[in-house]
Ligand binder design. Structure first.
Ligand code: FES
Length: 80
């Protein structure tokens, strides 16, 4: 079982405001670092928190206003 599940909000607001790029970045990051076994990607529908989006969560911990820049920092802090 993967150590981390990263859930990306695929609702139209989060997606249009950055999760499209964030998702592409995550897919590349996982591939480049061979993290398929450690990180599982999932998508979710709008959870009504669009104002604080783009939103992602990692093992249930929510991150808001996620951009590629802070996503990279978040990923580096994971113990994979
Ligand atoms: S679109 Fe992500 S919380 Fe609404």
């Amino acid at each position: 079982m993967a150590k981390y599940t990263i859930t990306v909000c695929m609702g139209s607001s989060c997606f249009a405001r950055g999760n499209d790029t964030n998702l592409a970045f995550l897919e590349d990051y996982i591939k480049e670092n061979n993290l398929d076994a450690e990180i599982e990607l999932a998508g979710t529908r709008c959870e009504g928190k669009c104002a604080s989006g783009p939103n992602i969560s990692i093992n249930g911990i929510e991150y808001n206003n996620v951009s590629v820049e802070n996503l990279e920092e978040i990923l580096k802090s994971l113990e994979v």
